[in-house]
Design a protein around this ligand. Structure first.
Ligand code: GCU
Length: 333
């Protein structure tokens, strides 16, 4: 599996290197590639398009990003590897997908880490986030900004998840990450890791009994056609991150870097507003599809079951300071 993925990335790297900047463009226009795994109807696509527009506008047309949606250049893991080698310039991935590149990113996926949305925003806009973003600078990329990806909840084909017992024996698709696997196991389910692009078919074919994600997946990715019970376990708030290739970044002037940073931060704020509207719209559309939203979930029970994950971070010398800082910010709220 790992060998296949490396093969895929090197083949794609050669292919991308072969297609150079179109001749018609003036040589002082830098055209960059930004792939991601969602389709054009997903809010993250709109926010990435907004980022590209802002960068182009602020640079007087000299910094251009071509966006490749739908995972057409590969899964999140493959997109990270392409960014690392500089075959693409940036990508948007879930923070969960980054934990095998630097353990610090795993913090964002710890279940019940953030007390609420305000606490989450505060942490994501603090030095804690930027320290973590820089932890991969020596391995070819770094994080530039975050995009709200809502709260993750369990949803299943035909039974609500109110108590841990309800998950017993259920095959739940999780993101391919140790943290997600451990979390789902502790919560009571049988974790089945797979790339996001495969989830709809896996639900349809009954390969899995359910999965966990924010509400947009029900509509933008059609999961609500098959999964009819969405239960508010609210077990994780995991950001999407815009990561950038170090190779490309190092070739920029200070002015270009400032433009890209500004475009990234503005698009992140734009996304926050869009996100709230899209969640509302997704819930309404999913209800029309026959999805039932369950609020009566025993979150306390799930929270207690994942406590060993908190304990593990607290007793990890490297991670503990970050964890404690996040906790402190909760108290200051
Ligand atoms: C969220 C997240 C995506 C991620 C997906 C997943 O939708 O925004 O970046 O790919 O979860 O579960 O894989």
């Amino acid at each position: 599996m790992r060998r296949l993925s490396i093969g895929f990335v090197s083949a794609l790297t050669c292919f991308l290197a072969a297609c150079s900047t179109p001749a018609a463009l003036s040589s002082d226009v830098t055209v960059m590639r930004l792939p991601h795994n969602m389709n054009e109807s997903h809010p993250i696509h709109q926010s990435l398009v907004h980022f590209a527009e802002l960068a182009e506008e602020k640079s007087g047309g000299t910094l251009r990003f071509d966006i490749f949606p739908n995972g057409q250049l590969g899964s999140e893991r493959e997109a990270i590897e392409l960014t690392q080698t500089g075959a693409v310039d940036a990508t948007k991935v879930s923070a969960t997908a980054l934990e095998s590149f630097s353990p610090f990113y795993a913090l964002f996926s710890i279940p019940y880490l953030f007390a609420d949305q305000d606490h989450y925003y505060e942490v994501m806009e603090s030095a804690i986030a930027t320290d973590i973003y820089d932890s991969t600078s020596d391995s070819g990329f770094f994080g530039l900004t975050y995009y709200d990806a809502g709260t993750r909840n369990m949803y299943t084909i035909d039974q609500p998840v109110r108590e841990p017992e309800d998950l017993a024996g259920l095959k739940i698709r999780v993101q391919p990450s140790e943290t997600a696997i451990q979390m789902t196991r502790l919560m009571g389910g049988a974790p089945t890791p797979m790339a996001f692009g495969e989830v709809y078919t896996a639900l349809q074919q009954g390969v899995i009994d359910g999965t966990e994600n924010n509400e947009t997946a029900l509509i933008a990715n059609n999961h609500g056609e098959v999964a009819k019970d969405y239960s508010y376990t609210e077990h994780a708030i995991v950001p999407d991150l815009l990561i950038f290739s170090k190779l490309r970044w190092d070739s920029f002037s200070e002015e270009e870097r400032a433009i890209i940073r500004e475009a990234a931060n503005e698009s992140s704020q734009f996304h926050k507003e869009l996100w709230a509207e899209e969640i509302q719209r997704s819930v309404e559309a999913a209800e029309e599809l026959g999805v039932t939203f369950h609020e009566d979930v025993n979150k306390e029970a799930f929270r207690d079951l994942v406590e060993p994950m908190h304990e593990a971070v607290r007793s990890n010398e490297m991670m503990a300071p970050y964890y404690e800082r996040i906790r402190e910010m909760e108290k200051e709220e």
